[in-house]
Design a protein around this ligand. Structure first.
Ligand code: ARG
Length: 699
C-alpha cells in the first residue's frame, strides 16, 4: 500500500504486504510491549511534530521547522542562531528549551467497550462531555502509581477508543541547527512544492534524571538512555525501494462529505487565505524594518504562512482532482447501499440539511476565528468578558490567567501591525458580510466616526481604542494587571467595551452561536453514524482511521511521479540544484559562504554519490502535518531521511488521498550529515551516530 496511516499495535494486518514491498524486519520489531522496538525510538516532539532518537545519548533528529520556535526564541541580533546556525560542541553548550517536551509511547490499548458503556442511552448533547470524563478516568486509573501520563483518543469519529500510556520528558535541549538559509531554503516560495532543496532538520537531546526517568530541567540531569535508537543509513535509495514513515500525523478529514468539500472550497478556505494574507502583509512590513522585529515574529509568521499556502493549494487541488464529484459518487453509492437500512437511510439527506442551515454562518465564523480572535489582545479580552459574565471570582481568575499569558502576548505584539490588521479585518468584514449580520456596534462607531470609507472609520476607531484603552498595549496592560481591579473598574475601558460588543452576547452568540453549536453537534452525530456504516459496509477490507495525533505507520516506496503530461519528476534533488536557485542576499534563496566554498571544492565528505550530493527525495508515503520530522526508514530499519513536506499536486491529500500524485518530501540523511559534519564541523554529533554505509570508512 501507500495510502493508509496504520496503527502500530494492529500492524499485523499489513505485515504480509509490507514484506512484499521490501520490509525485512518482524512485526515485533515495529511494535512490542515486551522488548525494545522501533516505536521506542520515535517521539512526539512538543505535541506538534515527530522526532526520532538516533544515539544512545538521547539525541533527536527532527525538522528545522519543528525546532523553529525554539531556535528563533533563542536568537537575538547579537547572537543570531536562526540566521547563523548553531552547533553545541559539548553537552554543556546545549540550550535548554523551557516548555518543550517529548513523549515516548509506552503502550496502547483498545478501551472502546468501556467508553461506549458509559455513554449508553445518554442524550446526544451530553455525550461529548461524558466521553471526555470517562476517558480521563480510564487514563488516570491506568497510570495510577506510575510516573506515566495517559489519555484516551477517539477513532473513526467515536466508533473506537484507544488508551495511550506514555512517558513525558520535559528537559529537551537544542543541540544544533543549520542556518535558516539552509534549514528553510526556498522559504514560502518552495514550501509545499517538489522539486525541493531544503535542509529541513535540527537536532535536540532529551535529558532525564539520574534514574533515567523524566525530570524537570536541572543542570545535573543526564542525557536520556533510550530503549532503542535508529541507525543512520548513508547508502542511498533508488526508485521503488521500500520506505516507511513512523510518526504522529495530526489531522486528516478523509471521510469529509461532498457538502463539506464544497463549503471548504467555495467559502471557508478562500476566507482563511484572505485573512491570513492581511496578517502576513502587515507583519512582513514590520519584519523587514529591523532584525529584532524579524526574529520576534519569524516563528509565528512561518506558521501563518505555512497554512496560508496550504489552503490555497488544497482548494486548487480539490478542484483539479474533482474531489467534490468523487465524493458525490461515493455518497450516491453509499445511499444505494443504505436505502434498505433504516439506521443509515437518511444520512445523506441529513448531511445536506445540516450544511444548508450552517452555510450562511460559515464565512462569518471564519472571520471570527481567523480574523478578530486571531489578534492576541482581542482573544485575551474575550476571555475576560466571558469570565466577567459569570462573576467577580471568575473574572479575577481570568485576570490572573491573562497575567500569566502576558509574555506570550508581548512575544508577537506589534503596535503598527496590530493596528493595521485590526483596521483591515474589520473593513473586509464590513464589505464581505451582509449588513444584517454586522455587530450592532458598527452602527455606533459609524455615527461617531464615519468619514467616508470603512477603512477611514475603522482607522479612527482603532486610534481611539489604542490611545484610550489600558488593555491593548502590553506595557499598559501589565500595569493594569498589577493593580487591584474589579469588573466595575474595567467596564468603561474602550478596549473592554469593544470586546463586550464583539464577543459573546451581542454578536457571536446571538448572530451565530446557536447555529454553529447546533451544526457541530449534528455533524458529530452524523459523522459517528456515517463511519459506523462505512465500517460495516467495508468489513472485509482493512480500513485505517483519520489521523488524530496518535502514532501511525505508513509504508510504501521511494517513488517518482509525473506532475503533468510529458514530465516526470526524479526521486531525488541534488546540491547542484541548490546552487542553481541561489540568489545572493535574498530572504529565501541566499546561502552561507561556507556552503558556497564547500560546493566549489566539491567537498562532500563521506556523503557524496556520483560526484554530487543528494539533498531531498520523495516517497509515496501517506503523511500529514504532525508527521514533520518523522523518520523515513528503509527495509532494514535504518534511517534514510526525515519527512518534512507534501507536494503541490496532492495538496488535497488531507481530504482525499490521490495515489497517482501524493508524495512525501524528505531530507536525505546524507545531506543532514553533510551539513552537521562538513558545514557545521560538529564531529561530536557525527561520532554519536551509528552510521551504516556500503563503502568502508576511509579516514
Ligand atoms: N509545509 C511544511 C509542513 O507543513 C512546513 C514547511 C516549513 N517551511 C516553510 N518554508 N514554511 O509540514
Amino acid at each position: 500500500a501507500d495510502e493508509g496511516m496504520w496503527i502500530p499495535m494492529l500492524i499485523g494486518k499489513n505485515y504480509e504486504q509490507m514484506k512484499k514491498q521490501g520490509f525485512k524486519l518482524t512485526p515485533e520489531d515495529l511494535y512490542s510491549i515486551n522488548k525494545a522496538s522501533l516505536k521506542d525510538a520515535i517521539v512526539s516532539f512538543g505535541g506538534f511534530c515527530t522526532g526520532e532518537i538516533v544515539s544512545k545519548n538521547g539525541l533527536i533528529f527532527t525538522n528545522h521547522h519543528c525546532g523553529y520556535d525554539a531556535i528563533a526564541s533563542n536568537s537575538t541580533p547579537q547572537d543570531n542562531i536562526l540566521d547563523n546556525g548553531f552547533w553545541a560542541k559539548s553537552f554543556s553548550e546545549e540550550k535548554p528549551i523551557p516548555g518543550l517536551f517529548v513523549n515516548f509511547l509506552v503502550r496502547m490499548q483498545d478501551v472502546t467497550a468501556k467508553v461506549k458503556a458509559a455513554v449508553e442511552g445518554l442524550p446526544e448533547d451530553q455525550k461529548a462531555a461524558k466521553i471526555e470524563e470517562v476517558g480521563a478516568q480510564i487514563a488516570a486509573e491506568a497510570v495510577k502509581g506510575t510516573k506515566y501520563d495517559g489519555f484516551v483518543r477517539d477513532f473513526y469519529k467515536g466508533n473506537q477508543y484507544f488508551l495511550y500510556i506514555f512517558e513525558k520528558f520535559t528537559d529537551v535541549r537544542l543541540v544544533g541547527t543549520p542556518p535558516q538559509s539552509i534549514g528553510k531554503y526556498g522559504g514560502d516560495t518552495d514550501n509545499w512544492v517538489w522539486p525541493r532543496h531544503t535542509g529541513d532538520f535540527s537536532v535536540f537531546r532529551v535529558y532525564a534524571g539520574t534514574d533515567n526517568k523524566p525530570a524537570a530541567y536541572s543542570a545535573s540531569n543526564k542525557p536520556y538512555t533510550p530503549k532503542k535508537f535508529l541507525p543512520v543509513s548513508i547508502k542511498g535509495m533508488k526508485n521503488g525501494d521500500f520506505s516507511m514513515v513512523y510518526g504522529f500525523p495530526g489531522r486528516t478529514d478523509r471521510f469529509l462529505t461532498s457538502y463539506g468539500v464544497k463549503l471548504a472550497t467555495d467559502k471557508v478556505s478562500p476566507t482563511i487565505v484572505k485573512l491570513r494574507d492581511i496578517r502576513l502583509k502587515a507583519w512582513k512590513e514590520e519584519m523587514d524594518k529591523d532584525v529584532a522585529t524579524r526574529l520576534k515574529l519569524s516563528s509565528k509568521y512561518a506558521g501563518i504562512a505555512n497554512y496560508w499556502k496550504y489552503f490555497i493549494g488544497q482548494t486548487e487541488q480539490l478542484k483539479r482532482l474533482k474531489i467534490y464529484e468523487q465524493k458525490q459518487k461515493q455518497e450516491a453509492e453509499f445511499a444505494k447501499w443504505a436505502a434498505s437500512k433504516p439506521e443509515y437511510a437518511q444520512l445523506t439527506s441529513q448531511y445536506q440539511a445540516a450544511y444548508a442551515a450552517y452555510e450562511p454562518f460559515a464565512i462569518e465564523r471564519t472571520y471570527i476565528n481567523e480574523g478578530f480572535l486571531a489578534t492576541a489582545w482581542v482573544r485575551q479580552l474575550a476571555g475576560l468578558v466571558v469570565a466577567a459574565k459569570k462573576g467577580e471570582k471568575e473574572f479575577q481568575e481570568a485576570k490572573s490567567k491573562l497575567a500569566a499569558a502576558l509574555p506570550e502576548y508581548e512575544e508577537t505584539y506589534n503596535d503598527n501591525a496590530d493596528k493595521k490588521i485590526f483596521v483591515s479585518i474589520h473593513s473586509a468584514f464590513y464589505n464581505d458580510i451582509p449588513k444584517s449580520q454586522h455587530p450592532k456596534f458598527y452602527t455606533t462607531i459609524a455615527q461617531d466616526n464615519w468619514q467616508g470609507t470603512p477603512e477611514e472609520t475603522f482607522k479612527k476607531y482603532a486610534d481611539y481604542l489604542w490611545n484610550n484603552s489600558e488593555l491593548i498595549r502590553p506595557e499598559k496592560l501589565k500595569a493594569f494587571l498589577s493593580r487591584n481591579i474589579t469588573i466595575n473598574d474595567i467596564a468603561a475601558d474602550p478596549g473592554y467595551q469593544y470586546a463586550v460588543n464583539l464577543v459573546p452576547a451581542d454578536f457571536i452568540k446571538i448572530n451565530m452561536g446557536s447555529s454553529v453549536a447546533e451544526f457541530e453537534t449534528t455533524k458529530a452525530k452524523l459523522d459517528n453514524l456515517y463511519l459506523k456504516a462505512l465500517l460495516e459496509k467495508n468489513k472485509d477490507k482493512v480500513m485505517y482511521p483519520d489521523a488524530n495525533s496518535t502514532m501511525r505507520i505508513t509504508y510504501g516506496n521511494v517513488q517518482n511521479y509525473s506532475p503533468k503530461d510529458g514530465i516526470t519528476y526524479n526521486i531525488v534533488t541534488t546540491i547542484d540544484g541548490v546552487m542553481q536557485k541561489y540568489v545572493p542576499g535574498d530572504s529565501e534563496f541566499d546561502l552561507p559562504q561556507s556552503f558556497i566554498d564547500a560546493y566549489n571544492t566539491r567537498n562532500f565528505g563521506h556523503y557524496g554519490q556520483n560526484g554530487t550530493l543528494i539533498v531531498n527525495f520523495i516517497s509515496n508515503n501517506d503523511i500529514t502535518g504532525g508527521n514533520s520530522g518523522s523518520p523515513v526508514i528503509n527495509g532494514n530499519g535504518e534511517l534514510i531521511g526525515l519527512a518534512f513536506d507534501g507536494n503541490w499536486e496532492a495538496m488535497s491529500g488531507d481530504i482525499a488521498f490521490d495515489k497517482q500524485y501524493k508524495r512525501t518530501i524528505c531530507v536525505d540523511t546524507r545531506y543532514v550529515l553533510w551539513c552537521i559534519d562538513v558545514l557545521g564541523g560538529a564531529k561530536n554529533i557525527i561520532a554519536e551516530l551509528d552510521i551504516r554505509r556500503d563503502i568502508p570508512k576511509t579516514t
